[in-house]
Design a protein around this ligand. Structure first.
Ligand SMILES: Nc1ncnc2c1ncn2[C@@H]1O[C@H](COP(=O)(O)OP(=O)(O)OP(=O)(O)O)[C@@H](O)[C@H]1O
Ligand SMILES: [Mg+2]
Length: 338
């Protein structure tokens, strides 16, 4: 296990399957990802391509009957005295001491729906304090003071009063701010944000993205930002991983993805976003066909039945390997790896 390039997180050839009565769902089938310290990786792809399962695998919170079958999740953990150590999170048990120490402290996660992270039965203040008390050696009174400070940092007005509010007393945007406060309470080095703004209205979305960026700068944390929205990616991401049916089709810096995409799937995704100034009545390109049934993955390259560049006898037969076509630019495609 090596991580010589100074990445904060490197996911290598990760496979996560769900074992159902009807068969095996290969939700993640050989994912490779990497995140530099302090940077933002946008993870995009159509519904069902394995974005959330990848994120949950990193945190070791994959739901039953799912489990990590193989692969490495190399996380560079900070230790006292400024040293670091590389840990393969894939090798720990979900409930191991190591994972309980890392979850919520060094890697934390926010979900699309704020109520998935908050309990309706406790005040937001007690939920944030709980995370502080779990991971830090501080008194209850200090945890409460720190919680009020955190609520102020995430833009909640009158935090001294709101600290005792229950989630139902706050708007969706306020709740998501509280969730962010909880996620950053222990100053994690990686924040995984799974569709953090999809449930919010457009104005609130923009405010939450601004807040994430501000907190990132303040804490120096990296963000794995999962989103359907390429506009959000353009605005937030340094690097982008484009996923299709359990694999990463293309991985590069954001400019390369938008201006020099090689994978036909990435190119098709880019054609499906509206551009300012395009004719109002012009129809948006859509990617033909549907994402295949996860029980019946196509042979060869899983994208070939929908791909305009597919070559018979090659793409329907050969499983593509991931090739570095330029520094920091990887493509998983039989037809375009040259
Ligand atoms: N608990 C589960 N049990 C069985 N299958 C699951 C479970 N969770 C996810 N899957 C399957 O794994 C695949 C990947 O799902 P995942 O939730 O990671 O997709 P996603 O990319 O996050 O999609 P979306 O954009 O809709 O959130 C899908 O085929 C899904 O049906
Ligand atoms: Mg998801």
């Amino acid at each position: 296990m090596t991580n010589d390039n100074g990445y904060l997180l490197q996911v290598r050839d990760l496979h996560t399957y769900f074992y159902l009565h009807q068969g095996v769902v290969k939700a993640v089938e050989g994912v490779n990802l990497r995140i530099r310290p302090g940077s933002t990786l946008g993870v995009v792809g159509e519904s069902g391509c394995g974005k959330s399962v990848t994120a949950r695998s990193v945190l070791r919170i994959v739901e039953q009957p799912g489990r990590i079958v193989s692969g490495e999740i190399v996380f560079r953990r900070k230790m006292k005295g400024g040293q670091t150590e590389d840990l393969n999170l894939g090798a720990f048990r979900d409930q191991s001491r190591e994972m309980r120490e890392i979850r919520g402290k060094e890697i934390s996660m926010i979900f699309q729906e704020p109520m998935a992270s908050l309990s309706p039965h406790y005040t937001i203040g007690s939920q944030i304090s709980e995370n502080l008390l779990l991971h830090q050696d501080i008194s209850k009174a200090d945890a409460r003071d720190r919680t009020i400070e955190l609520l102020r940092d995430v833009g909640i007005a009158r935090p001294e009063a709101r600290v005792d509010a229950y989630p139902y007393q706050l708007s969706g945007g306020m709740c998501q701010r509280a969730v962010i406060a909880m996620a950053i309470a222990c100053r994690p080095s990686l924040l995984i944000a799974d569709e953090p703004t999809t449930a919010l209205d457009v104005t609130t979305q923009a405010q939450i993205l601004d807040l994430l960026r501000e907190m990132q700068e303040q804490i120096g944390m990296a963000i794995m930002l999962i989103t359907h929205d390429l506009g959000v990616v353009a605005e937030m991401a340094d690097d982008v991983a484009v996923m299709y049916l359990g694999r990463v089709a293309e991985h590069a810096d954001v400019d390369t993805i938008f201006h020099d995409a090689r994978h036909p799937y990435t190119q098709a995704l880019l054609r499906s976003i509206p551009t300012v100034g395009s004719e109002a009545r012009e129809r948006l390109a859509t990617i033909r066909g549907m994402v295949p049934d996860p029980f019946n993955r196509p042979s060869g390259c899983v994208f070939h039945p929908r791909c305009d560049a597919a070559q018979a006898g090659l793409c329907d037969v050969e499983t593509p390997v991931t090739v570095e076509v330029a520094p920091n630019h990887e493509v998983t495609c039989c037809a375009c790896r040259g």
